[in-house]
Design a protein around this ligand. Structure first.
Ligand code: SF4
Length: 337
């Protein structure tokens, strides 16, 4: 279900950016194609035009494209319509078969086989639509620019913590100053989401101590974006809950927390868990803030990888939650029940 949600969100945001850019340019190729056929969005011509416009916007990510981050009631209505279209189109793709000689279903096809699963799909549709409204209250001044950005494949090597890394970054939003927020979608319950994904423990970071937070995925992605796009300044690496009541958690530069959380300001005690102080070096001399956190985290990951490459692969769970869903039931190192 998460893969499906990612794809629908990706295509929706691409379409919103492309159409917003066309409006700004005074062009109307996409609108004409839409007017000519109800299935236009699935045609090669439409997709190629979207790709062309998205590439154009990505070439100058700090330039503003009004309407690409829906906020007003009209923009949100348009965004919901696009999302509905893409949801339906993507759902119909799930029934397609691959391969001519021996046709077989798509890997990870999302097809409801029972009334319960059909209900889950309806819930997913609701979740994604309400996510647009939730997001309208966040990330003030930021607009989505990169979507499902793949790295480390096709001959381009990406190194992180001394090893080659491949991956896909769900989304990167950029403001007019070239500040970037790296976003990882998580399709899981919003209950306890912030506690799980905020970067620091209660009370904030330990002064001067190196950082190895419980969750490092978005910090790794933040570092990858920082290196791949030297023109951008990574100011936040966050997780966006795409389910239920939604939530935003992770690591945010203290000076832009107001913009990132917008009208959904966290409590003072939560701010300590999410805000990255600019004066904090995380054990890195001459550095501070997000840059120091990203470097410190990479250093800690590099040390863990070296240890494992040297043969030390003994299980060492950080807490009972790490073992919660582990299928190794007879593990002697299991914490909790
Ligand atoms: S149960 Fe054992 S193998 Fe599974 S996460 Fe916990 S320590 Fe690791």
């Amino acid at each position: 279900m998460g893969t499906f949600a990612h794809r629908v969100l990706e295509v929706t945001h691409r379409d919103l950016l492309a159409r917003a850019l066309e409006r700004q340019m005074g062009a109307h190729v996409l609108e004409d194609l839409r007017a000519a056929s109800p299935d236009a969005t699935q045609s090669d011509e439409y997709r190629a035009r979207v790709e062309e416009l998205v590439s154009l916007a990505q070439g100058a990510p700090a330039e503003r494209v009004p309407g690409s981050a829906p906020r007003s009631p009209e923009e949100l209505e348009r965004a919901r319509a696009v999302l509905e279209e893409e949801f339906d189109a993507h759902l119909s793709h799930q029934y397609q078969l691959m391969g001519r000689k021996r046709p077989r279903p798509l890997p990870q096809a999302l097809v409801a086989h029972s009334a319960q699963q059909a209900g889950q799909l309806r819930g997913l549709r609701r979740d994604l639509a309400s996510l647009l409204d939730y997001e309208a209250g966040l990330l003030e001044g930021f607009e989505p620019r990169l979507f499902e950005w793949g790295f480390g494949r096709g001959g381009t090597e990406v190194e992180y913590a001394g090893v080659r890394l491949t991956g896909t970054i769900d989304r990167v939003d950029v403001d007019a100053h070239g500040q970037a927020v790296v976003i990882d979608y998580k399709h899981k319950s919003d209950v306890g989401f912030a506690r799980e994904y905020d970067v620091f423990p209660k009370g904030g970071p330990a002064p001067g101590a190196p950082a190895l937070p419980r969750r490092v995925q978005s910090l790794i992605y933040g570092q990858v974006v920082r290196r791949a796009f030297p023109g951008l300044t990574v100011r936040a690496a966050v997780y966006l809950c795409t389910k239920g009541g939604h939530a935003l958690a992770g690591a945010v530069d203290e000076n832009i927390a107001d913009n990132v959380f917008g009208g959904r300001a966290p409590s003072a005690s939560r701010l300590e868990r999410v805000c990255v102080p600019r004066a904090e070096g995380f054990g890195r001399a001459g550095e501070g803030g997000m840059e120091a956190l990203l470097d410190s985290c990479e250093e800690a990951v590099a040390a863990a990888i070296s240890r494992m490459l040297a043969g030390d692969i003994e299980a060492a769970p950080v807490d009972a939650d790490a073992c919660l869903f582990c299928p190794v039931l007879n593990c002697e190192r299991r914490l909790g029940k």
